[in-house]
Design a binder for this molecule. Sequence first.
Ligand code: IPM
Ligand code: MG
Length: 371
Amino acid sequence: MKAFQGERQMEIKIVALPGDGIGPEVVGSALQVLEACRRRHGLRLEVQTLPVGGRALDEYGEPLPDHVLEACLESGVILLGAVGDPRFDENPPERRPENALLRLRRELGLFANLRPIRLSAALTDASPLKPEIVRGADLLFVRELTGGIYFGQPRGLEVRDSERVAFNTEVYAESEIRRIARVAFEAARLRRKRVHSVDKSNVLESSQLWRAVVIEVAAGYPDIELRHILVDNCAMQLIANPLQFDVLLTSNMFGDILSDEAAMLTGSIGMLPSASLGDSQGNRQPGLYEPVHGSAPDIAGTGKANPLATVQSLALLLRFSLGRDDLAAEVEGAVERVLQQGVRSADLAGGGGPAATTEEVTRAVLDALEQ
Ligand code: IPM
Ligand code: MG
């Protein structure tokens, strides 16, 4: 899971999947930032933009057409906007836009979802929580992404005794738990050395195995403090006392739910980037980088979308898949300066002051990069 070094002269292929809703707007912003990095540092890269989600359903009748999946498998480095479109709400699961994302995660083996949640000092007032509770919040979700109830068999919807019955299965093999636990402990080593493993072991066998395997893995990391926390209590503690958390290790569904909740620590889900990583292959670290916020169809085309989650996802792409920590830090520094200047998209502006449009925020980031 380490970012690879070297190979700086190699031509890098990146697949951009803008997708639905505000996806094209925020990916557009991030690609402008990438273009600025390319110009400034002579990066050799090629960006291929392809349809996914509802767009692909319109054009090809399926959310992830074969040629798009193949391009993603070949490149291994993907910047995605969002998938999700209410027009397809009644479709069966495999023909919903979201299925594109689930299949991509699965087919590329992207089992480790990293969601850093850091409250910028400039945004302390944007959080709905009291400043003394959230100031300095800095946590990292390490969410298992290719297993659990999202993919478990059996699943289905059928009629039994003349009523409809629906079922899904939470299933984890110990190998799946072990590899995601390792990612969490390794990440903690580079941070404040604490892991909270989230489970529901007072009720679920899958959580009992989760806890047992995490304890086994922890034996190899004596320098890391391991705490176990039940998911319901974790939901409460994230609001009551977020500063106690460093790395949170979760199953697929618990991480989905808790990371949206924790997003509000930063004032807006429009600030949250993510990286979904698989096992590195040779000098290649496959990864899919996307904002956590989703397609937000209600504000698509209005200029209200906050591009910073996607710009920060691009920074993660530079760090992990391109091995360019220096460029990632440059982009993150530019974002921080823009926030310090008081530039606020609609989600962060609240009642006070006029909001900056997607384009204006992007321009501010590009200007900050040149400083
Ligand atoms: C997320 C999203 C996805 C998930 C959806 C769009 C399938 O909510 O990445 O958090 O549930 O994993
Ligand atoms: Mg989610």
